[in-house]
Design a protein around this ligand. Structure first.
Ligand SMILES: Cc1cc2nc3c(=O)[nH]c(=O)nc-3n(C[C@H](O)[C@H](O)[C@H](O)COP(=O)(O)O)c2cc1C
Length: 147
């Protein structure tokens, strides 16, 4: 059994739905899962986990949500060597910089020496069945990386 953190932020519920879907999927696979909001999280605790999955929307003009800024800044000082990670997020294709917060987190987690277990997944608005399948696939890659 691996110890997996899902750290998410959500304003109107799309990313909460993705994060909770991931939580139940990974629990079904007998993993030890912690679900936490980014705003309550501590980036310095990430190395305590075997794997970390960040789920975020994009705000402003292709930027991180305000409540994710502190966590993101702290992440720059964290060494994630030996920690697997993946990133997913719902945002909106009506904006020029679709899902750019997903890209920012992906780049920073790599820069912090994390091991990227899966390609990042961007979802347009409310996740549908196909989107959730892509999320399951991301989780499968994370599990595979831990074996
Ligand atoms: C003021 C505002 C700015 C936004 N800016 C962007 C953006 O730059 N890029 C993007 O892809 N989505 C943008 N979005 C869309 C949200 O990321 C999208 O609605 C997302 O699904 C919200 O997730 P949530 O339901 O988990 O809060 C913006 C939404 C709002 C309300």
């Amino acid at each position: 059994m691996s110890n997996i953190l899902i750290s998410y932020t959500s304003m109107t519920g799309h990313n909460e739905k993705i994060a909770k879907h991931l939580e139940s999927y990974l629990k079904q696979k007998n993993q030890d899962v912690t679900l936490e909001q980014l705003v309550d999280g501590d980036a310095y605790s990430l190395p305590d986990y075997d794997a970390v999955i960040v789920v975020t929307y994009t705000y402003h003009d292709g930027d991180l949500p305000d409540e994710a800024q502190d966590f993101f800044e702290d992440l720059k000082d964290v060494d994630l060597e030996g920690t697997e990670f993946a990133v997913a997020g719902s945002s909106s294709k009506t904006h020029i910089h679709f899902g750019r917060a997903v890209d920012y987190f992906t780049m920073q987690l790599n820069s912090s020496n994390g091991d990227q277990a899966a390609d990042s997944v961007k979802i347009n608005q409310e996740p549908d069945e196909d989107d959730l399948k892509r999320v399951d696939q991301l989780a499968d890659y994370v599990l595979k990386s831990l074996n």
